[in-house]
Design a protein around this ligand. Structure first.
Ligand SMILES: Nc1ncnc2c1ncn2[C@@H]1O[C@H](COP(=O)(O)OP(=O)(O)OP(=O)(O)O)[C@@H](O)[C@H]1O
Length: 320
């Protein structure tokens, strides 16, 4: 039995009234299956429909049509069952904001049916695990963004659930906190077979932690595979990044030719091309006036972002 099976899910938002009324089809026939014990990612640009999908999985939002099964339970018919099956970390901070970190974690355990002593003990263990003891007695509302996010993640782990649904869990976190999150996730998977559904548009994170990824764009799953499988779509290509000190030296013919097809982000130019052509380009820009104007360059194998672009994704749609 899969942990989570979604079929033909459609969700339309209606905003405005009368002539100003508009419809946004945020989920346009989404289908996916998440296996037990898997770390499964939803990757896609802003507005792709990822949060809409997970809010339906958690029973907080009712689909227009389609089905959602979590561990054999029909969540469209019984949305109230979702809370017993999954721990959800949404994008917004919670109603627990006025509580201290320790009390927020303990209260979550109590809300999930643990006795007082057990909730307190589990909360204490999770805070230790995530290095939150030094701020355990400070209110969530008075923490930094990254600290609050980590504290909310800690609360999500108390009163263990077989499925964790994490909507951009590491946003705003420093590298130490990020590592603590992924270690905690990995430990639960290894020790308890916990399944994790992770929403992200951070491609670097997605590549390192996920077993499989569904790429979501405009309310649809446009691909679903392992990160390696997705990258095989662009196998053979390489990515050349050039960073200019100031203006690019357009008097150099190779640079002028590149100007038309490079993707530009400030002083950085990115070109996806064959290894042979990349070698010629590197030779052209590492001599003479081009080299004098060059601040840095890198030649890399394809990333998940390259695969996403090949699938028809939009440039700049994913965070780096
Ligand atoms: N409550 C709402 N009312 C109207 N439109 C909404 C509502 N929530 C989301 N939308 C729209 O639905 C689409 C999908 O939004 P959603 O939040 O699911 O995207 P997302 O992939 O989670 O984006 P992000 O990466 O920015 O979190 C967007 O066009 C968004 O503007």
């Amino acid at each position: 039995m899969p942990c989570c099976a979604v079929r033909d899910l459609v969700k339309t938002y209606r905003t405005g009234r009368g002539a100003a009324a508009t419809e946004i089809r945020a989920n346009d026939g989404i289908g996916l299956t998440v296996r037990q014990g898997e770390i499964f990612g939803l990757l896609g640009p802003n507005g792709a429909g990822k949060s809409t999908l997970v809010r339906q999985l958690t029973g907080l939002l009712r689909p227009d049509s389609g089905s959602i099964e979590l561990l054999g339970h029909d969540i469209v018919r019984h949305p109230e069952r979702a809370a017993r099956l999954l721990g959800y970390l949404g994008q917004e901070s919670t109603a627990l904001d006025e509580l201290t970190v320790a009390l927020a974690a303990e209260t979550t355990g109590r809300l999930r049916g643990l006795g007082r002593a057990q909730a307190r003990a589990e909360a204490a263990d999770v805070l230790t695990e995530l290095g939150l003891e030094p701020i355990a007695h400070r209110p969530l509302a008075r923490l930094s963004g990254g600290q609050r996010r980590l504290a909310c993640f800690a609360a999500t782990l108390v009163g263990e659930r077989p499925l964790l649904v994490l909507d951009e869990p590491t946003t705003g976190m420093d590298p130490v906190a990020r590592r603590a999150v992924w270690t905690a996730v990995d430990r639960r998977r290894a020790e308890r077979g916990t399944t994790v559904l992770l929403v992200t548009h951070n491609v670097i994170e997605a590549e390192t932690v996920l077993d499989r990824v569904a790429v979501v764009d405009e309310g649809r799953v446009i691909a679903c595979d392992t990160p390696g499988g997705l990258k095989a779509l662009v196998d053979g290509d390489v990515r050349l990044d050039l960073v200019w000190r100031d203006e690019a030296p357009l008097s150099v013919p190779a640079v002028a030719e590149l100007a038309g097809r490079a993707e530009r982000t400030g002083r950085r130019w990115t070109v996806r091309t064959t290894p042979e052509q990349a070698r010629e380009l590197v030779a052209a820009v590492t001599t003479g006036p081009a080299f004098a104007a060059l601040d840095d360059f890198t030649l890399a194998t394809p990333s998940l972002e390259d695969a996403y672009l090949k699938l028809g994704g939009r440039h700049g749609g994913l965070a780096k």
